[in-house]
Design a protein around this ligand. Structure first.
Ligand code: TRP
Length: 532
């Protein structure tokens, strides 16, 4: 094993790592989803709530993931294997709760769910914390399957924009085209295939000459395109209405639901909760500063999300469209907006290229989690793991792609759907929505919950802090109170008295605040807790 660790690849330095991690974080979530949820949830007010979630929960959890990865130098499963105790009361309690829930469901003749929970309970008893890492690998697989379908659409749109085919006079025409495009299995599956292949090629090349190299090329390009789009958008006549809509706080629209939306999105956007950041952290040298790297990654991710809104809303308003088109905003409204501005095809091309780049650097991080598991734990060659699992993800995604051909209809997967219906009761959602729902609403929040609990209570904030301090020795010693009071040079600042330090605040967040917040959000999304 020591041999294996000695030959393990590493990032060439802090910037390679930061850009790769930012590349993972910055994705469809920032550009496609963030603007429209801001639009739906009260503009600037929602942005403030989101920033709070990022600062209070997102960043502390991200530094945990980095520390877990760097300390163990392993994939998520290996990381938990290395640190988890043989028996853990907490894990047994969770296992017991799941078993009881399963038995309860069986009593009520919910055979499918009951059996699933019993199986899960037994797995928890057998594997304990290691299961959290395994859940991450599974999530990487399922997220990439549907993520790459949407990414495939953007790829198709880049192509079509270049060919001058994205020219629609009305949103209806754009919609007709979009439906025709996504319903056409050759296009939908073909583009999905090309996207997965790009991810495989990059991951195949390894950490330094694959992921890091491409992140260093693609992330600056992404930033430049974004800047160009913002300038174009803000200089359209009437653009300021869009800025006002986007950023004017409307606190009446903020309720518990929007706070939880913000929290869930913070997790998704920062790529937390499934070990992507554990995996990226595991290729980092111990001399690098985890604290400042985390700040950079979080800052870049937030910056790009905010910028995306500034690129989109002013243009939408200036051309007289409604901003509340939801998920369809990007594929239906924007092509029509571009139609109305000079050189529209060029701007459409740039926009979809931006979306494609963002999706690509996120896609590779998802594939890397799966690949790292097979390389570290199963002793596979990286090349083989990347190709085999890229292929498997392509197949699962292809099912997804054809399942949306009739938005919420399973006609093409009739048999599979019939089986699922029998086992799990009614499922109206398409296969695509099912995978999306499974990963975004279940696997990620649960992963985030257990990663905080594990760091806070099992591995221990003390050990995590020791890891974080390698390369950022001052992390724990910033005495916030004296700093805020301007008393940094006062003798009391370094005296042994108990003052609030950044490290102590972080510990409290990890042990109490983030598990509770994530649990509430989780119970809310699965409908067990009704908050208005
Ligand atoms: N963060 C990416 C986005 O905003 C998606 C993503 C990539 C992701 N890797 C992840 C989400 C890991 C959760 C976990 O689009």
């Amino acid at each position: 094993m020591s041999n294996q660790i000695a030959s393990r690849e590493q990032w060439s330095g802090a910037w390679g790592f930061i850009l790769a991690a930012a590349g993972s974080a910055i994705g469809l979530g920032n550009i496609w989803k963030f603007p429209y949820i801001v639009g739906e949830n009260g503009g600037g007010a929602f942005v403030l709530v989101y920033l709070l979630c990022i600062a209070v929960i997102g960043a502390p959890v991200m530094i945990c993931e980095f520390a877990l990865g760097r300390h163990t130098q392993r994939d998520p499963v290996g990381a938990f294997k290395a640190l988890a105790p043989k028996t853990s009361v907490l894990a047994h309690l969770v296992g017991l709760a799941v078993l009881l829930a399963g038995a309860f469901l069986l009593l009520f003749r919910c055979w499918g769910w009951g059996a699933l929970l019993i199986g899960l309970g037994l797995l928890i008893f057998r594997h304990g914390w290691v299961l959290v890492g395994a859940m991450g690998v599974v999530a990487g697989f399922t997220i990439l399957a549907f993520y790459s379908v949407v990414a495939g659409w953007t790829l198709g749109y880049v192509w079509k924009a270049a060919a001058g085919q994205l020219d629609f006079a009305s949103v209806e025409a754009a919609k007709a085209h979009f439906v025709q495009f996504t319903f056409n299995p050759y296009w939908a599956v073909g583009c999905h295939f090309v996207f997965v292949m790009l991810c495989v090629l990059i991951v195949y090349k390894g950490i330094k000459s694959g992921i890091e190299r491409w992140s260093k090329i693609l992330m600056p390009v992404l930033l430049l395109i974004m800047l160009a789009l913002i300038i174009r958008s803000l200089t359209l006549p009437g653009a300021m209405d869009g800025v006002r809509f986007y950023l004017t706080p409307d606190f009446s629209k903020i309720n518990a639901g929007s706070v939880l939306t913000a929290l869930g999105h913070a997790f998704f956007s920062l790529s937390l909760g499934m070990g992507a950041m554990i995996t990226y952290g595991s290729y980092l040298d111990r001399k690098e500063n985890l604290f400042s790297s985390t700040l950079s990654v979080v800052g870049l991710d937030t910056l790009i999300a905010l910028m995306a809104g500034l690129a989109i809303f002013p243009a939408v308003f200036a051309q007289g469209f409604q901003p509340d088109a939801g998920p369809g905003l990007v594929f239906l409204v924007l092509p029509t907006v571009f139609h109305q501005i000079p050189l529209g095809a060029f701007w459409a091309f740039l926009f979809f290229l931006l979306l494609l780049i963002a999706a690509l650097t996120s896609g590779i991080s998802l594939l890397e989690v799966v690949t790292a598991y097979f390389v570290d734990e199963r002793g596979w060659k990286r090349h083989r793991a990347a190709v085999v699992f890229g292929g498997a993800i392509f197949l699962l995604g292809a099912l997804c792609a054809v399942s949306v051909t009739d938005i919420s209809d399973w006609t093409r997967l009739e048999k599979l759907h019939a089986v699922l219906l029998k086992v799990f009761g009614s499922t109206k959602a398409s296969f695509f929505d099912t995978l999306d729902n499974l990963s975004s609403n279940w696997l990620l929040p649960l992963g985030g919950l257990f990663i905080s609990l594990f760091t806070g209570w099992i591995w221990g904030t003390k050990h995590a802090l020791d890891e974080i301090r390698h390369g950022s020795s001052n992390f724990g010693d910033v005495h916030l109170i004296s700093l805020l009071a301007g008393l940094k040079d006062d003798p009391s600042h370094n005296a042994g008295v108990h003052v609030v330090t950044l490290a102590s605040l972080w510990g409290i967040f990890i042990r109490f605040i983030s598990p509770v917040a994530v649990l509430i959000a989780f119970l809310h999304t699965i409908g067990w807790l009704k908050l208005t």
